[in-house]
Design a protein around this ligand. Structure first.
Ligand code: ATP
Length: 319
């Protein structure tokens, strides 16, 4: 398939006894992208990641990593993936360096290569100073760093990180995010999170999952544009309600309007434009032309958070 794609998922489904965790999802990730798998608890993010990392068989569908089939060519796939599971199963009694060496050997690196790579990843993740410490006695932030170092020790092309900042304090989160960003230049990264700002800050594309399905997949900017394409304009104008309503009903660029009395003699007009139209200059011109006092003219853009809540809680809309 295409050379530019690191992950190709087609119609992937995973059913556990009586429960569909992932339901017929398809998506691709290009080489060099940092993609955020975003969704609330239980959306199916971990299941998807486990399948891609060859830890779990799918019920149906196909997936390829770096062109290799995850079911039939799992050895090739494993070699190319660095996977950090949600509850990083580090061996808590080992020392940092010892642990990383152990993991590197397990992943098939030679003795010499192991020594080289362990030194590199310890340096990369700021672990050199704690190399002799017992893993289980490190702070959670440092343990996450050990997990990241582990996932990268065999120089994988693709890194899959399941909730890498969960349980960290704000400083540790910042530092782990920086580390992830620093990987972006040379790797492809798939990262799961249920925290929107995390995806917004770290990823150049987001795949939003909910109840095992993909609801939206795009860049943060495009998602925002897409969802707030016809963002409402609010105008508070001092004029009779019927006059205002008649005015908006005649304007071709206004798709919907709602006029309600506001404080004083003013009316609050909520105007939804046709796609892509910014109504503000038109409203200002009309108010000026007709001599209507105008005390507010704003455009309410949906934030990504609105979008996330909107797509992942459709039932509670307008509640
Ligand atoms: P979280 O953020 O809570 O980890 P998630 O998006 O990663 O959520 P998954 O862990 O993939 O979601 O779970 C998806 C669904 O599959 C959930 O409803 C979960 O209860 C169910 N599930 C996961 N693992 C199993 C299992 N081994 N057996 C049965 N059901 C499972």
């Amino acid at each position: 398939m295409s050379d530019g794609l690191m992950i190709e998922v087609a119609n992937l489904t995973k059913r556990y006894a009586g429960r569909t965790a992932v339901s017929d999802i398809s998506f691709t990730v290009a080489r060099g992208e940092i993609v955020g798998l975003l969704g609330p608890n239980g959306a199916g993010k971990s299941t998807t990641m486990r399948i891609l990392s060859c830890f779990l068989p799918a019920t149906s569908g196909t997936a390829r990593v770096a062109g290799f089939d995850i079911f039939n060519q799992s050895d090739e796939v494993r070699r190319r993936i660095g996977y950090m599971p949600e509850n990083n199963p580090l061996y808590p009694d080992m020392r940092v360096r010892e642990y990383l060496k152990f993991r590197a050997r397990l992943k098939g690196l030679s003795r010499t290569r192991t020594r080289e790579r362990v030194d590199v990843v310890m340096e990369q993740f700021g672990l050199t100073e704690v190399q002799k410490r017992i893993v289980g006695q490190l702070s959670k932030g440092f343990r996450q760093r050990v997990g990241l170092a582990d996932s990268l020790v065999h120089e994988p092309e693709l890194i899959i990180l399941d909730e890498p900042t969960i349980g960290l304090d704000p400083n540790q989160i910042r530092s782990v995010r920086q580390l992830i960003k620093s990987l972006a230049q040379t790797h492809t990264v798939l990262i799961s999170t249920h925290i929107l700002p995390e995806a917004e800050m770290t990823c150049n594309r987001m795949v939003i999952m909910y109840e095992g399905k993909i609801l939206a997949a795009d860049t943060p900017d495009n998602l925002q544009r897409l969802m707030s394409g016809n963002s409402q304009v609010i105008a508070e104008i001092c004029a009779p309600r019927e006059v205002l309503e008649a005015c908006w009903s005649e304007m071709a660029e206004v798709e919907q309007y709602d006029v309600a009395p506001a404080q004083g003699e003013y009316c609050r007009c909520a105007l939804t434009p046709l796609d892509g139209v910014d109504l503000r200059p038109r409203i200002f011109a009309i108010a000026k032309e007709r001599g209507w006092p105008l005390r507010e003219l704003t455009r309410s853009r949906h934030t990504l958070e609105d979008i996330y809540v909107q797509v992942t809680r459709p039932d509670e809309e307008e509640a």
